[in-house]
Design a protein around this ligand. Structure first.
Ligand code: GAP
Length: 480
């Protein structure tokens, strides 16, 4: 069942239920910084755990990595980030708002044509300015058309190591996790002697001093990435690997609850490809604010390993035992942001039932809002309620049931206990955070050790024995 959701609905649900809060809020906040509350961190962990299990633990050909976030500055000089990781920044001469020229021009083209913007930004800043002025593109803040010439603005955030704030101690917060993979390529090859093709995967924080962050957690200055560099022989058919990776990523996204009808592949036009890439696909999602990049898949040739070979003076090669050839492998890179994936999951899962389809479980009539999350993404797999909160025998029994349902490591499921408000209100609360099953301990439980279980999606209830409740959850976990 597909439904469209607005950003206001999503942001309000995230704040109301403790998924995501504005960062530093008691001090007036910090622009576009977001904190993940108890349910946000649970959902984020579920996404990362599923990705790591699928692409690292269940495979023999991918090696995990967790490299230091701060790296030698030479890494970013060799990779080209210090000289070219920048966006064209223009300033409105009237109100001094600073925005990205490429985004302004692409959006203007999109409004004119509809569909997907295919404008190629001219390299020369004066031509970019001319375009902005000729197309009469208004400043988003003050509606005036009066632009400065664009300047390239480097997106890497800087800091200093040690007490002296001098150039020699300057380091960058990494703007992507990928470079550490190339830098540690030799360590993996020397330690594990993997056979090509093989990959190295990393999940971790990345920082970018974005000119125009926004759309909630879609574009922020601090975010997490999940990246794989998949190394192949230079002679191999890269296109076949590329297609396999596209399929793998789509399969994984479907399994975590992304609405695949809202996912579209945009082949980046040849003229816009980075000079080293033969093919890049931006996998886009229909977010409530428009169709935008969810993740990228790129064939990067041997550009990165060659750059670090040159930069470090070390051989970053692979020796093929069979053919006795030495080579610098080529690479396919699936690269995605955790927060963007989380936003796409929330947008895919959001449901609002019309009032007439909402049974009166709650004492007052209200619409039912619920998250249709796959069970393995749900922050809690189940909730347990005592029918009445002022009957100690029911409360005690419900706590016992909670323990039974949770189990213990390694088969532990997070199960929440809730006794506040009436049962109807508790169901609504759990629906809004996507809890698939609610178990209620009532007076009959005390007599025959049975409990009711209510299904989030159908709102149907059945009665089962406590002795079968854990197996019931395990079965459901396999199925959804
Ligand atoms: N190593 C390649 C690379 O970093 P990218 O397209 O710049 O490529 C990859 O970033 C993914 O990281 C994006 O598709 C997006 O999911 C996520 N991402 C990039 N910048 C982001 C930002 N400012 N905020 C949130 N996520 C971001």
């Amino acid at each position: 069942m597909q439904q469209n959701v607005s950003m206001e609905q999503l942001i309000s649900l995230c704040k109301r239920r403790g998924f995501i809060f504005p960062g530093s809020e008691i001090y007036g906040g910090l622009a576009n910084a977001w904190d993940f509350g108890p349910l946000g961190v649970a959902l984020k962990n579920n996404i990362k755990r599923s990705w790591w299990q699928t692409f690292v633990e269940e495979r023999d050909d991918i090696y995990g990595l967790d490299a230091a976030l701060l790296m030698n500055r030479k890494v970013w000089q060799a990779s080209g980030h210090e000289s070219t990781f920048s966006d064209p920044l223009v300033e409105c001469k009237n109100c001094h708002a600073r925005v990205r020229a490429d985004i302004l021009l692409a959006e203007a083209e999109l409004n004119k044509k509809g569909g997907v913007a295919t404008l190629i930004l001219p390299a020369d800043p004066e031509t970019q300015k001319e375009l902005l002025m000729n197309e009469k593109i208004k400043c988003p803040s003050c509606d005036i058309v009066d632009w400065s010439s664009p300047k390239q603005f480097n997106l890497m955030l800087k800091t200093f190591l040690g007490p002296a704030e001098e150039e020699a101690n300057m380091v960058y917060f990494r703007p992507e996790t990928a470079q550490a993979i190339f830098v540690d390529f030799k360590q993996i090859v020397d330690t594990y002697a993997p056979k090509l093709p093989f990959g190295i995967a990393q999940i971790g924080k990345a920082f970018r001093n974005e000119i125009t962050p926004g759309n909630f957690i879609f574009r922020t200055r601090e975010f997490e990435q999940m990246e794989i560099e998949y190394f192949i022989k230079d002679s191999e058919k890269w296109n076949e690997h590329f297609e396999i990776w596209l399929k793998e990523m789509n399969g994984w996204m479907a399994s975590i609850g992304i609405d695949m009808q809202k996912v579209h592949n945009l082949d980046v036009p040849k003229e816009e490809l980075a000079h080293y890439s033969k093919r890049t696909v931006d996998v886009e999602f229909e977010f409530p604010f428009g169709r935008k990049e969810l993740f990228g898949l790129a064939y990067r040739g041997d550009f990165d390993l060659q750059s670090h070979q040159k930069g470090s003076g070390q051989k970053l090669e692979y020796f093929d035992e069979e053919t006795k050839e030495r080579m610098v492998p080529h690479v396919i890179e699936p690269s995605m942001g955790v927060e963007r994936m989380m936003l796409a999951i929330l947008a895919s899962a959001f449901r609002e039932d019309p009032l007439e389809a909402t049974p009166s479980e709650a004492s007052e009539q209200e619409k039912r809002i619920w998250l249709d999350l796959p069970m393995r993404m749900a922050p809690y797999k189940a909730a347990v309620f005592p029918l009445l909160s002022n009957k100690p025998e029911l409360v005690e029994k419900a706590q016992e049931v909670r323990k039974v349902l949770q189990g213990s490591w390694p088969g532990f499921f997070p199960v929440v206990f809730d006794k506040s408000g009436n049962i109807g209100k508790r169901y609504r609360r759990q629906d809004e955070i996507g809890t698939p099953y609610c178990f209620t301990v009532d007076f009959q439980t005390l007599e025959d050790d049975t409990i009711t279980v209510r299904d989030r999606d159908t709102m149907k209830q059945e009665r089962i024995a406590i002795a079968h409740a854990r197996a019931f959850l395990e079965e459901k976990m396999k199925a959804r």
